[in-house]
Design a protein around this ligand. Structure first.
Ligand code: 5GP
Ligand code: MN
Length: 345
């Protein structure tokens, strides 16, 4: 049995909305990850089963390793189909906002979502949600939005109606937001949910291979290069930094998703509890920052204070507009400011 995490009043409210709705739109955050796509498609499959007219819209491309997911080919990219997406959003009866806590996180989609007269519901696990939805289901203590979607479907009494495809998507999001159940994954109910998902016939080993073992040769060579030549360890701060320039990405035929997970690798060094990855992103003319930490070191605080970002305690991100050297300087300033917290036993 699962703890009743989501408030009963929110479940009742949403159930009514869904019953009355015909057109439903699901949106998720920019550069969607496994949980963004997993939670969106999980909910999509359930609402599709109910006979609703459902569309999933994301701001831009998602990585190739999520393309196998059932329903992925029907996801609408806002950067490609803006007009059609604008029409769907404006005409929606209900709009679900999944896996983000602020309109800023959906980039150019924000205006259309804010302006839509649809009933809006936020389902998310990032701290400090902004209030742009009538219903806000926000649970930072839950490891993934996909897990919240599982809990929602169950609480609406519809576990029996959950398809294998729905279960595959939910499992993918739960797996990717916990690094294959290696962090943020001590809640034993996660394993009860996995057991329930397995009862739907999912092949969790195949899902793992689809997501983590389908990389290109060049991505592995890039990883080798980065670890050998680009990783700097700061033992006096228990921290590490990796930088990756646009030129280096080109040298290794970089495609979106190729540096996924790099930021976690330095955390496997003894005593390193804070890791930062800076990548030049020529398309958006900025440096994309990924931060990870172990234990109670709040990398989301550093992301907010130094890189205009945010996220979870142990996994956060941000952006920097300027040259790489300045971003590195900022990182070093953050180390000095947080040295005490970084080195405390
Ligand atoms: P990643 O490093 O995988 O891109 O992001 C890790 C987490 O950090 C995401 O799940 C998201 O919660 C958060 N995050 C990433 N980029 C940003 C950003 O630019 N702004 C904010 N507020 N959060 C971010
Ligand atoms: Mn998530």
């Amino acid at each position: 049995m699962l703890t009743k995490v989501i408030l009963q009043a929110n479940i009742d409210h949403l159930e009514k909305w869904i019953q009355r709705a015909d057109k439903i739109v699901i949106v998720s955050h920019v550069s969607p990850d496994g949980d963004a796509i997993g939670s969106s498609l999980g909910l999509y499959h359930y609402l599709d089963f109910l006979g609703k007219n459902v569309n999933v819209i994301v701001p831009n491309a998602f990585p190739d390793f999520l393309r196998w997911m059932p329903g992925a080919k029907d996801i609408l990219r806002y950067d490609k189909y803006k007009e059609f997406a604008d029409e769907l959003i404006a005409a929606a009866d209900v709009l679900f906002c999944l896996d983000f806590n602020s309109l800023k996180r959906i980039d150019k989609l924000a205006d259309a979502v804010a302006a839509s007269p649809a009933r809006k519901a936020l389902i998310d696990h990032h701290p400090y949600p902004e209030s742009f939805c009538k219903i806000t289901i926000s649970h930072p203590e839950i490891a993934s939005t996909s897990e919240l979607i599982f809990r929602l479907i169950c609480r609406m009494g519809a576990f029996e109606d959950m398809s294998k495809e729905c279960a595959e998507c939910i499992y993918t999001g739960m797996m990717t937001d916990t690094g294959g159940f290696t962090y943020n994954s001590n809640n034993r109910e996660i394993y009860f949910i996995i057991s329930e998902l397995l009862s739907k016939g999912i092949d969790k080993d195949a899902i793992y291979r689809n997501v983590y073992n389908t990389y290109s040769e060049s991505r592995l060579r890039l990883m080798g290069f980065v670890l050998y030549s680009k990783m700097i360890v700061y033992p006096e701060f228990n921290a590490a930094l990796i930088t990756l320039t646009d030129e280096e990405q080109k040298r290794f035929n970089y495609v979106k998703g190729d540096s996924e997970g790099f930021v976690n690798i330095p955390l496997s060094i003894k005593n390193v509890r804070f890791s930062v990855f800076l990548r030049e992103d020529k398309d958006s003319e900025m440096i994309k920052i990924s931060l990870r930490s172990i234990g109670d070191f709040p990398c989301n605080k550093v992301a907010a204070e130094f890189f205009g970002g945010g996220g979870h305690l142990n996994a956060s991100g941000g952006e920097f507009y300027g040259p790489m050297e300045e971003a590195v300087e900022l990182f070093k300033r953050a180390l000095v400011k947080y040295q005490e917290e970084l080195i405390k036993k």
